[in-house]
Design a protein around this ligand. Structure first.
Ligand code: HEM
Length: 557
């Protein structure tokens, strides 16, 4: 409908049952034949029109939308609330949903996601997530005022706590010496933890998720937060961190959380107290350069030591919250498929060296990244299947996005944009007819297309590729995209590939009855703030591989 369409034409074309309305009205007007008096008819008439207007309010909004806006999809049944309850299916590549408090634009086309994530000058990431962060870590209002300063760069791109911290974190986590030293420490810690875990021919019965949680939390905390990290100083916090993670949505709902979500609320209190101690007692001065700089920036901008402590909770979630469930799924995918396990063992042998006496074996993680395409591809496919977190942005300036093969779309100020990663990751139109299946070789190609995963060897060899052929770059959303693409993705890749290769080489894993473990189902009913969780966490029996019980394993970068 053109901008100049007269209002009456818009109303006529709106998806509103005018005939029904008219017959209802005629019924009302003739109701005096049945004994209703004038006042009753007026009251019923008013009620009838009000209910009609409310019921079809979204249809009216859709009719009067700017023709360039993403089409508004009315929720039939419960106006303004229907979308919160039921997800309506639509074929539009981008569309608008209206709720009582917000106008949300959903993007399910990767071609349209690309210009949106590039438009960081007209869309704000922090404008969307700060309220979530405040509730997640329990920031006070004075800290929020400091944090909100210059969020969208009106005083330049480096001013203000958030800009300074964002730029510093992105810089230290980029490939280079600081990242290498953190990754090296992390990999060493893994071997230190795993070598003595299951001695000789003993076996350990454990939940696979707990096995990963225990190892990653301890190793990450040490490599990033140093030897005086909160988990080293207070070992009981390891289980408390995950208690909070399991109940954080209920705590963040903030409805008397000390009653309604007591366990996770108490867990957060204990972690925050330890993080405060970490800052106050200056334990952070023995941490990685990233944490030393981060705490210094927070204090310099005026956060109290208590709030600078709380600020670390969000980063802990960034570091461990995604890496742990990702590693869990990666291990479950590999150990539940004996053929894939055998192929990965064979392939990764190129990255393993053995000492002359056979007592020490070392896995080189750089080699895993460059010469083991099946391992890398399985990692990326694992993430494709479980990374579901929408990229959210707040539109700060009305503007149009344009991209080939689509008409321009107008995004109005104050709308919320959600790039629906989960929908894009499972779309057959993007990934092919096997989009919903787990295909470990999906990210293997015979040509080098990725700077991150490319091999230095001849182009005819199989290499891991960032994207299968014909898949647009914004379709792979595990790490978000644009200016807030996850800065930890390089660190995550090294630690996760290294850890999985170590487990593959060191251990045999069975289910509790001694059979092949089953890959659990994804819990689609629970949308966490990180990657998806399983319906049930499998219990496994894990032991050192036969004949290699006494070998000491090490990971190197
Ligand atoms: C498999 C593991 C990981 C996944 C799937 C993941 C995913 C993500 C995603 C989706 C975002 C948000 C981007 C957006 O909304 O557009 C993000 C942000 C972030 N991630 Fe990761 N992440 C992982 C591991 C890590 C690690 C290990 C670190 C740190 C060492 C880290 C640090 C961060 C930080 C600091 C941000 C915020 C970026 C900003 O404020 O600009 N992540 N991550």
């Amino acid at each position: 409908m053109a901008l100049s369409t007269p209002p009456l034409t818009k109303l006529r074309k709106a998806n509103i049952p005018w005939f029904k309305l008219a017959t209802g009205f005629i019924g009302l007007l003739t109701s005096h034949w049945y004994g209703f008096d004038g006042i009753q008819i007026r009251i019923y008439g008013l009620a009838y029109i009000s209910i009609f207007l409310i019921y079809y309010a979204e249809e009216f909004l859709a009719a009067f939308q700017d023709s360039q806006e993403p089409p508004l999809i009315p929720s039939h049944g419960i106006p303004f609330l229907g979308h919160v309850i039921v997800n309506r299916k639509t074929n539009h590549p981008i569309y608008t949903l209206q709720t009582l408090t917000a106008r949300t634009i959903i993007v399910i086309s990767p071609q349209l996601a690309a210009p949106i994530q590039r438009a960081s000058k007209s869309m704000s990431f922090y404008g969307m997530i700060l309220e979530v962060t405040k509730r997640l870590v329990d920031f006070d209002e004075p800290s929020m005022e400091i944090i909100r300063y210059n969020l969208d760069g009106e005083h330049g791109s480096t001013e203000g706590l958030m800009n300074e911290s964002h730029n510093m974190v992105a810089s230290v986590l980029s490939p280079g010496p600081v990242l290498n030293s953190m990754s090296t420490m992390q990999l060493e810690k893994f071997s230190e933890l795993l070598n003595p875990m299951i001695p000789g021919s003993e076996s350990l019965s454990i939940s696979l998720m707990d096995f990963v949680k225990r190892t990653f939390t301890t190793a990450n905390a040490f490599a990033i937060y140093g030897p005086q990290n909160p988990f080293a100083m207070h070992p009981e916090l390891l289980s408390k961190f995950w208690e909070y993670e399991a109940g954080m949505i209920a705590v963040m709902a903030n409805i008397f959380p000390w009653i309604t979500a007591r366990k996770p609320w108490l867990a957060r209190k204990a972690i925050n107290a330890a993080l405060q101690e970490f800052v106050e007692k200056e334990y952070y001065k023995t941490a990685s350069p990233m944490i030393q700089k981060r705490v210094a920036i927070n204090l310099k901008h005026g956060l109290t030591t208590k709030m600078a402590g709380h600020a670390e909770l969000i980063l802990l979630f960034g570091i461990i919250g995604n890496a742990v469930p990702t590693t869990f799924w990666f291990l479950a995918n590999v150990f539940s498929r004996p053929e894939l396990l055998a192929q990965i063992r064979k392939e990764t042998a190129t990255a393993v060296t053995t000492s002359s006496d056979g007592k020490e074996r070392v896995i080189n993680v750089t080699k895993l990244k460059t010469t083991c395409p099946l391992l890398v591809s399985t990692y990326r496919e694992t993430l494709r299947k479980i990374a579901n977190l929408s990229s959210v942005r707040l539109v700060t300036r009305t503007h149009a996005i344009t991209t080939p093969n689509h008409r321009p779309y107008l995004l109005k100020k104050s709308s919320i944009v959600q790039i629906a990663s989960g929908v894009i990751h499972s779309a057959p139109s993007v990934w092919g007819s096997d989009a919903t299946e787990f295909v470990p070789t999906r990210f293997i190609s015979t040509t080098t297309t990725s700077e991150q995963f490319s091999s230095s060897t001849a182009s005819a060899e199989r290499t891991a590729t960032a994207l299968p052929k014909n898949v647009p770059s914004a379709a792979y959303r595990a790490f978000g995209g644009g200016s807030v693409i996850c800065p930890g993705r390089h660190f995550a890749q090294s630690e996760i590939l290294g850890f999985v290769a170590l487990c593959v080489w060191m251990f045999d894993v069975e289910d509790e009855k001694g059979g092949v473990m089953k890959c659990p189902e994804r819990d689609d009913g629970r949308i966490p703030l990180s990657v998806m969780k399983p319906v049930k966490e499998p219990q496994i029996r894990i032991r050192r591989r036969k004949g290699e019980e006494d070998v000491a394993w090490r990971l190197e970068l």
